[in-house]
Write a protein that binds this ligand. Structure first.
Ligand code: PLP
Length: 281
């Protein structure tokens, strides 16, 4: 397929990265994953705005405008005839002789590719299992950084135990998932961690918060505990690729009766309606 390297559209085998690229050596860069439904990007502006915000937080100046980036991604999608899938894009601080401090001349390197990825309809219908594990990451989880080792170790622990997601907690407080945001519903109120430095403010999370008012679900953006999670009426995770994904067991204990809850179902429907409105899919 065709990939994007800065402003060049290349065949994948012709794309190269310097072995001293700071993204490769340090994880010194930021990234996004954008969902594509029926050949149209969903919430592209939100994702790309967040990319610019993440870049600014690490003092990385992006050598293109949001409009230029959007146009390149549109072309990349078209060149690959992408229907339903994702666009992965990342920007690193580029190549320079290895040193921790930033080089005088920053040569940001943008790379992007597309991939067909089906919506996880089976899992969304049945729900998935999760485990809990301590959140050992740093204190700038609001940055969508390429440094994902803390997230990877947690996800690997979940998968090795037959789970779909790892729910992270700092002391008793649930922060987010290893690659998702986490929500509970108790007494007809939805709780999710506020958008602080301890979580990534998910674009899917923001969509969900918008839909709550429409379906008459009360919202409290306040941290909840492991105990509240265990005793919740409903629990779900949310991300660009997993959408609104019901959690039906946590550490092998069933949530409610082990079936996706009614409010979760309503949010799935509302989310899907939002996708149809924007992408006509
Ligand atoms: N939190 C983390 C740590 C993530 O990696 C992700 C996305 O993969 C999310 C939350 C959800 O963000 P979004 O809904 O923008 O995909």
């Amino acid at each position: 397929g065709t990939i994007l390297v800065n402003d060049q559209f290349l065949d994948r085998v012709n794309g190269t990265v310097d072995i001293e690229d700071r993204g490769y050596q340090f994880g010194d860069g930021v990234y996004e994953v954008v969902r594509v439904y029926g050949g149209k990007m969903f919430t592209a502006e939100e994702h790309l705005t967040r990319l610019f915000e993440s870049a600014e937080k690490i003092f990385l100046k992006l050598p293109f405008t949001l409009e230029e980036l959007t146009a390149r991604l549109e072309k990349l999608m078209d060149d690959n005839q992408l229907d339903t899938g994702i666009i992965y894009l990342q920007v690193t601080r580029g190549a320079s002789s290895r040193q921790h401090h930033f080089p005088q001349e920053q040569n940001a390197v943008l790379t992007a590719y597309t991939k067909e990825v089906a919506r996880p309809v089976k899992d969304m219908s049945a729900g998935v299992k999760a485990i809990t594990t301590p959140d050992v990451r740093w204190l700038r989880c609001d940055i969508k950084s390429l440094n994902l080792l803390g997230n990877l170790l947690a996800k690997q622990e979940a998968v090795s135990k037959g789970g779909f997601e790892a729910i992270l907690h700092r002391d008793e407080t649930v922060t987010e998932g290893s690659s998702s945001n986490i929500f509970i519903i108790s007494n007809n109120t939805m709780y999710t961690h506020p958008a602080t430095n301890l979580i990534l403010n998910g674009i899917t999370r923001r969509e969900i918060l918008k839909h709550c008012a429409n379906i008459g679900l009360q919202v409290a953006e306040r941290p909840f505990t492991l105990d509240e999670l265990k005793n919740a009426d409903e629990a779900f995770m949310a991300s660009t690729t997993a959408e609104v994904m019901p959690l039906t067991s946590i550490n092998d204990e069933l949530i409610a009766n082990g079936a996706p809850g009614n409010w979760t179902r309503k949010l799935q429907e509302a989310f899907e309606t939002g996708v149809e409105k924007e992408c006509g899919a």
